[in-house]
Write a protein that binds this ligand. Structure first.
Ligand SMILES: [Cu+2]
Length: 144
């Protein structure tokens, strides 16, 4: 087994994010806890890649917009201990090409404050060791 130190790859920033994993997560439709597990697996596979141009810890890796479908403080059907937000998101530049409805883990339940189902939001996503995490949410207005 050849060791694979994270810093030796000379590759474009996106090389560590195989499109196959992203597409896989993207194809999966919202089916409760199973989806979170699948997304987690896909991310575990990609987070090993070097990301030399990664933003600082408090900055999102991606920014998206969408409509809040569900706000699920823990415990919920989707996660026992962590907050989950289900978003019908627009295409996310550099991450997911298609609009879709999917759950994301949220960094804190405090992000849900003032939000309601149907709100249109802008949000920041951060790829962490164990999850693609929503780290910021800005309410843009009622979605309908
Ligand atoms: Cu998605």
């Amino acid at each position: 087994m050849a060791p694979n130190p994270p810093n030796v790859r000379a590759a474009p920033a996106d090389a560590g994010r195989p499109s196959s994993s992203r597409c896989y997560a993207a194809r999966v439709r919202y089916r409760g806890g199973t989806l979170l597990a699948l997304v987690g697996i896909a991310l575990a596979g990609t987070s090993a890649g070097a990301q030399p141009t990664r933003p600082p810890a408090d900055q999102p890796d991606w920014r998206g917009t969408g409509i809040v479908l569900k706000l699920l403080p823990p415990p919920s059907d989707l996660h026992a201990t962590r907050p989950v937000i289900v978003i019908r998101h627009d295409p996310i530049d550099g991450l997911m090409k298609e609009e879709m409805s999917m759950p994301f883990l949220a960094a804190s339940t405090a992000l849900f404050k003032g939000l309601r189902t149907g709100d249109r939001i802008a949000f920041g996503l951060k790829e962490t060791a164990d999850a693609l995490l929503v780290i910021s949410i800005e309410r843009l207005g009622p979605g309908r």
